[in-house]
Write a protein that binds this ligand. Sequence first.
Ligand code: SF4
Length: 237
Amino acid sequence: MDLEALDAAVISCRACPRLVAWREEVAVVKRAAFRDQEYWGRPVPGFGPAGAALGIVGLAPAAHGANRTGRMFTGDRSGEVLFAAMHAVGLANQAQATHPDTGLLDDRLRLIGTRITSPVRCAPPENMPTPQERDNCRRWLCAELRLLRPTLRAVVVLGAFGWQALLPVLASSSWAVPVPRPKFGHGVRVDLPATDDGPPLALFGCYHVSQRNTMSGRLTPAMVEAVLSAAKHAAGL
Ligand code: SF4
């Protein structure tokens, strides 16, 4: 299976009854500002090229963001911050992921050597999946990382949830994750050695680009750009 086939498979998943019900209900009720749009309302696949050297791992799609547009981090304030920072450091060809007037996908966006994904693929109520839902969804992230293993050299993890979800996936794949497992923190870097399956991997922690963090000033655009820039360098991009 290649990444394209994986992306095609994940969008049909219905393993979590609560999340299936929520993603589909949101897609019918909609937010008033988007009432004329057709919501995606399904699991959201990763976004970015096969053979990526850098990964960005978030939490889960937002109800009116990626659950609306069908693309990771696209269509909400979090994505605006992330894509602007990616563009600023040379990881995206433009800063906007959506058209400013309509909020619809801008298909001109290209990521440079970078794949964005998340440990949970369906929008959860209150942005909070249950541990069981996280575990249900692990197989998709495992499969995606296996496909990226030969080229992946760095990963930026946005937030503690993504960090805690990703480390067991790496440990159960072909990466040697230290024990005890390193703790999440903004600016933390953990280097995993090369194995027979692929190159070394540099893990970077970054506060999530959520509206709560960016509006409060806990996370500034400069802080996001600094982590992305370090990860870009580690990835050889
Ligand atoms: Fe499937 Fe993951 Fe969505 Fe659960 S969260 S229904 S495992 S895609």
